[in-house]
Design a protein around this ligand. Structure first.
Ligand code: URA
Length: 432
């Protein structure tokens, strides 16, 4: 069959067969099918959608386009978590050590940040000496010994997604649920864990703008995982405002350390308790939510969750003194306080704006090869629901070069201030 026939079939709403999907992925990875034809097919999928059967076949074909990690030599149930991305999202840095301290085996491959969202690997690399490129056998040994390792994605994990994602990025075809779900799940399935807990975000700082869309994306990913024989659960959570208070690599590591020590911001703590409870139940460590939350609380209070992070940092060549004393983490040379111009209540904080402004300070990448500055970023001094007076600090920018007047204006505008009292917004919308 000519590829143009496949494009036309999807254009008129037809269902692609397994052979057609396989021909597409094989032909695209080998370079036989050009970008312009795949772009047309992606746009047809964006408008026509895909059936669950097509999505599962596409995901499996993408998963097998490169290396598939074999975790069978790790004893016990292996757990992975994935967040669909956001601003200030340091959940892995908390949830990984916290659940590992409860007995979970977490063999995690994480990504780098692009655009206004951060990446776990960039955050971990702000710890002096921390290695994210462990060889496969060292990775497996570490998970067996201490219960957790977090490394960067191997070069040949789902090459089909690397090519497709780069093309989607420049052809306006990112925001399609079948394409997002197959992209994420092909990588999660290839990474080999038995249990996958997804944190699917909605709001201004997320791909999905509404909670309903996030539920649809989560359900599509759960169906893929179940179809592939894995256990998948999802938390649907808000990304209208940044998560926690810190945005920027070393600043977020510091906040994760605070949270593991029981002192972190309440929204981050709540998300980690909710996702952590799902992980402990699905891994068979706890029977119900109450028992799981109790165990997570105990491991925070007795210091073993924080010790697990220090242990992981040591095992991966990092300076664990930075965990015991976060003041040793990279510190930006200067700070600028952004203050409120009027009194009132903070009705919202644009996650997308804060993420973009932190990126402009150097905390993130506008292009793939941009260099990250580990010490810069933004720390919120208020959260939605806070009351402020004119002149009160809204946030502190940590920087190398003082941000210009326009940056400071846009930063102030990221905080919506109203005249009526508002409650702290709900973070968790649903658990599936
Ligand atoms: N993250 C991914 O890995 N893929 C997408 O398509 C969107 C978010």
């Amino acid at each position: 069959m000519r590829f143009v026939d496949i494009i036309n079939k999807k254009k008129y709403g037809g269902q692609l067969s397994e052979e057609e999907i396989a021909g597409w992925i094989d032909g695209y990875v080998s370079g036989e099918i050009p970008d312009y034809q795949v772009s047309a097919l992606l746009m047809a999928i964006l408008f026509q959608g895909m059936t669950q059967e097509e999505i599962l076949q596409l995901t499996m074909k993408m998963m097998h386009s490169g290396d598939v990690v074999d975790l069978s030599s790790i004893e016990g149930i292996k757990v992975d978590k994935h967040s669909t991305g956001g601003v200030g999202d340091k959940t892995t840095l908390v949830l990984g050590p916290l659940t590992a301290a409860c007995g979970v085996k977490m063999a995690k491959m994480s990504g780098r940040g692009l655009g206004f969202t951060g990446g776990t690997i960039d955050k971990l690399e702000s710890i002096r000496g921390f290695r994210t490129d462990l060889p496969r056998d060292a990775f497996i040994r570490q998970v067996n010994e201490i219960g957790i390792a977090v490394i960067g994605q191997s070069g040949n994990l789902v090459p089909a997604d690397k090519k497709l994602y780069a093309l989607r990025d420049v052809t306006g075809t990112v925001d399609s649920i079948p394409l997002i779900a197959s992209s994420i799940m092909s990588k999660k399935l290839a990474a080999g864990s038995d249990v996958i807990v997804l944190d699917v975000k909605y709001g201004s700082g997320a791909f999905m703008k509404t909670p309903e869309e996030a539920v649809q994306l989560a359900q599509t990913m759960i169906d893929i995982g179940t179809g592939a024989g894995r256990k998948v659960r999802a938390v649907i959570s808000s990304m209208e405002a940044p998560l926690g208070r810190a945005v920027g690599n070393a600043l977020e590591v510091r906040e994760a350390v605070e949270t593991l020590a029981g002192r972190g911001p309440s929204d981050l703590k709540e998300l980690c308790m909710t996702a952590g409870a799902l992980i402990l139940q699905e891994a068979g460590i706890c029977r119900d939510t109450q028992e799981a939350r109790q165990m997570l609380k105990e491991k925070t209070e007795d210091g073993s969750a924080l010790e697990k992070l220090a242990q992981m940092v040591r095992a991966q060549g990092g300076d664990d003194e930075m965990i015991y004393d976060p003041a040793l983490l990279p510190q930006a040379p200067a700070q600028t306080v952004i203050t409120a111009e009027q009194s009132g209540w903070v009705t919202g904080i644009s996650a997308m704006q804060i993420g973009r402004l932190a990126m402009q300070l150097g905390a993130g990448r506008a292009r793939k090869d941009d260099v990250i500055l580990p010490d810069v970023g933004i720390v919120l001094q208020v959260k939605p629901g806070s009351r402020v007076k004119a002149g009160d600090p809204l946030c502190i920018a940590y920087h190398r070069e003082t941000p210009d007047v326009q940056w400071q204006k846009e930063c102030r505008e990221a905080f919506m201030i109203g005249q009526e009292a508002v409650k702290e917004p709900q973070l968790i919308y649903r658990i599936i």
